[in-house]
Design a protein around this ligand. Structure first.
Ligand code: NAG
Ligand code: NAG
Ligand code: NAG
Ligand code: NAG
Ligand code: NAG
Ligand code: NAG
Ligand code: NAG
Ligand code: NAG
Ligand code: NAG
Ligand code: NAG
Ligand code: NAG
Ligand code: NAG
Ligand code: CU
Length: 578
């Protein structure tokens, strides 16, 4: 599939560099080619021609080491406009490679190529890549694995094997048609038909037995599972029957290890867990399952994806292939679909490792405070149309501080860099709600949102504290907010309305979790801190794709600093044009 002549020498070249010169160099340059093409894929007895990278679904795995440079040439052969985002990569001074469409770049149009060029600085762990335009990430996604520097150790037992486990969401229909229709009618989009593990829905769906992910393990070993939630619209619980998982990393940051039977992972988040297999061959086969944590009122896909954990039998044992089949299949018990109490307890267990080698550099002083409401609202139904939003007379919308973001027709970063932002965006994004109300109380009568392409401008090195407050305007709901260009520390969270007089006293400034995507609790708030030390334009949005489509997004513009290493580089020559 799509093995071009150009590809082989480059591939060999990267092998040679990886194999021979890696020992000598501080960082290696790794080349990848992403050819965007259609590929027919069948799941649940439905065949779809889907947009893929290199004909693969899920897409190829990128493996690099901390300190490496990645050069990923993306060539678009399909009629959809494409951009790719490297989710969680800091992109220090390389904002042109970040990827959100119309924020850091114009899309790559059919027949065009763009080389994403960036260095991985001070990060190691599991991240992922995905398309960042419309709903194309439903099929365009894959793991981005950053190994520690050569000879560096994990701060936990060396695993016998490392296995990416990527959760996705499958529609029998074309997801692009699903969101186009939803935006037109103003109603909620049709929910997916299945969840997937590494692209496979598993045996709990009709016509899906053969599409089951199997993890074959040996007894008495430690496996590192690299969990990635690439689903579009659903936070997920995940568990393996009769096995305990030890969480060791979140969003490519080491955490204080803790054991749990079930993990919660929002879209956009990654979690590394250690799975210690049983010391002897067990008398059973085990299901691993995932299904949603759903806090909102809307309908959602409430189905369950399953994979199989199977112990490999050594040769010459009484366990024949036939007897293996007859083993009981044990199923894990997952929390209820609306178990907010589990979600809260789980999130409270996540702490930065905060060791001498991996310190938690929590900003201790704050230069600027922000308070953003996040949640759903409505826009008017156009005349002569019936709409399917609330009361049938409106369309669903979503906003931050009541501003529903309007996507520009040119990229924000370009207009910022060249001083041409006039008429493209305004720097008046509100630092707090213009009209305060009881955010988690009785909903206000007026649910209409305002709109605009508004940004916050931050001087270089501003220390930011941002409280994100869920609203109950159309029902409380957890929102996984993702910030591009930075990791942040989640220093506090709570239910109800944030109280600026009482709540900061309880902030954890010692070992809070450091990450790039955090769940704003349903009917509650989360406080984050970050240092704006990366010049560029940085998108922030809900990682529930439907909320992003409805406008739950905004951008931060971080200005250059004075020193050369505090400035954004000029754009690469092949940056796509609008
Ligand atoms: C997908 O299947 C359709 C119908 O069988 C066929 O016409 C088309 O060529 C296939 N596309 C690819 C990329 O294989
Ligand atoms: C990648 O970016 C670096 C830093 O800007 C630059 O020196 C290098 O030439 C770029 N490489 C390619 C292949 O564009
Ligand atoms: C699995 O867990 C259940 C409930 O804890 C227990 O009864 C059963 O013995 C376990 N089976 C195996 C094979 O570990
Ligand atoms: C394995 O299962 C068989 C049949 O169910 C049972 O007789 C046996 O005791 C089990 N062995 C262990 C170690 O659980
Ligand atoms: C899932 O949703 C369907 C349709 O709303 C409902 O009939 C079914 O009972 C739900 N299943 C579970 C496990 O909640
Ligand atoms: C969760 O859902 C169950 C029914 O599915 C309901 O009885 C219960 O009240 C709900 N809990 C919360 C906290 O909403
Ligand atoms: C609404 O429909 C009527 C009758 O079909 C038509 O006369 C009118 O121009 C339409 N208005 C708009 C705003 O489209
Ligand atoms: C909206 O329209 C649907 C279908 O036409 C109807 O069932 C429902 O009662 C309406 N809801 C309201 C609030 O008018
Ligand atoms: C906000 O609404 C909640 C729920 O109705 C209520 O308990 C709370 O007292 C209200 N807060 C304020 C400040 O009015
Ligand atoms: C909101 O609507 C209710 C019922 O329609 C009405 O009683 C109330 O006065 C309204 N409140 C405001 C502030 O307009
Ligand atoms: C934005 O708000 C203006 C003024 O309320 C309105 O006319 C316009 O239709 C809105 N645009 C969108 C895309 O919602
Ligand atoms: C692709 O992007 C270009 C530049 O923004 C735009 O003009 C064009 O309409 C887009 N095409 C599609 C199919 O969305
Ligand atoms: Cu959301």
């Amino acid at each position: 599939m799509g093995v071009s002549l150009v590809k082989i020498p480059l591939f060999l070249l990267s092998l040679i560099i990886f194999g021979i010169f890696e020992h000598a160099l501080a960082g290696t340059t790794r080349h990848y080619h992403f050819e965007i093409r259609h590929q027919n894929v069948t799941r649940l007895c439905h065949t779809k021609s889907m947009v893929t990278v290199n004909g693969q679904f899920p897409g190829p795995r990128i493996v690099a080491r901390e300190g490496d440079r990645l050069l990923i040439k993306v060539t678009n052969h399909v009629s959809n406009n494409i951009t790719i985002h490297w989710h969680g990569i800091r992109q220090l001074q390389s904002g042109w490679a970040d990827g959100p469409a119309y924020v850091t770049q114009c899309p790559i149009q059919r027949g065009q190529s763009y080389v994403y060029n960036y260095t991985i600085v001070g990060q190691r762990g599991t991240l992922w890549w995905h398309a960042h335009i419309s709903w194309l990430r439903s099929t365009l996604y894959g793991p981005l694995i950053i190994l520690p520097k050569l000879n560096a150790q994990y701060p936990f037992a060396k695993p016998h094997k490392e296995v990416p486990i990527v959760f996705g969401e499958w529609w029998n229909a074309d997801p692009e048609a699903v969101i186009t229709q939803a935006l037109q009618t103003g109603g909620g989009p049709n929910v997916s038909d299945a969840y997937t593990i590494n692209g496979l829905p598993g045996p709990l769906y009709n016509c899906s037995d053969k599409d089951t992910f199997k993890l074959k393990v040996k007894p008495g070993k430690i496996y590192l599972l690299r969990l990635i939630n690439a689903a579009l619209n659903d936070e997920l619980f995940f568990s393996i029957a009769n096995h305990t998982l030890t969480v060791v990393e979140a969003d490519a940051v080491y955490v204080k290890p803790f054991a749990t039977n079930t993990i919660l992972i929002t879209p956009g988040q990654t979690t590394n867990v250690l799975l210690k297999t049983k010391s002897h061959y067990p008398n059973a086969t085990f299901l691993m399952t995932a299904r949603p944590y759903a806090s909102g009122l809307g309908t959602f896909d409430n189905t369950t994806v399953a994979g199989i954990l199977q112990y490999k039998t050594p040769p010459n044992t009484h366990h024949s292939a036939a007897s293996l089949k007859n083993l009981p299949l044990l199923k894990p018990i997952l929390p209820a679909l609306n178990d907010t109490s589990f979600a809260t307890k789980f999130n409270n267990k996540l702490r930065s490792l905060a060791s001498a080698q991996f310190p938690a550099n929590v900003p201790q002083k704050v230069d600027t405070h922000f308070f953003f409401t996040v949640g759903l609202g409505t826009t008017p139904c156009p005349q002569n149309q019936t709409c399917q939003g609330p009361t049938n007379a409106t369309k669903f919308a979503a906003s931050v501080n009541n501003v529903s973001f309007i996507q520009p027709t040119t990229a924000l970063l370009q207009t910022h860099f060249f001083g041409q932002s006039n008429g493209v965006y305004t720097a008046d994004f509100p630092a707090k709600p213009l009209i305060p109300f009881n955010y988690t109380g009785t909903p206000p009568n007026n649910t209409m949102v305002s709109n605009g392409t508004k940004v916050v401008v931050l001087p270089f090195n501003t220390s930011v504290e941002l409280v994100m407050q869920d609203t109950s305007i159309l029902g409380a709901e957890s929102h996984p907010l993702h910030l591009h260009g930075f990791n942040f520390f989640a220093v506090g969270q709570g239910f109800g309305n944030f109280d600026p007089n009482k709540d900061p006293a309880n902030f954890n400034l010692l070992d809070p979790i450091e990450r790039n995507t955090v769940g704003v609790p349903s009917g509650g708030w989360v406080a984050i801190r970050f240092l704006a030390d990366n010049p560029g334009v940085w998108f922030m949005h809900c990682h529930l794709e439907v909320h992003t489509s409805w406008g739950l997004k905004m951008a931060w513009v971080v200005l250059d600093g004075k020193l050369p290493n505090q400035k954004l580089f000029p754009p690469p020559a092949d940056l796509p044009k609008c």
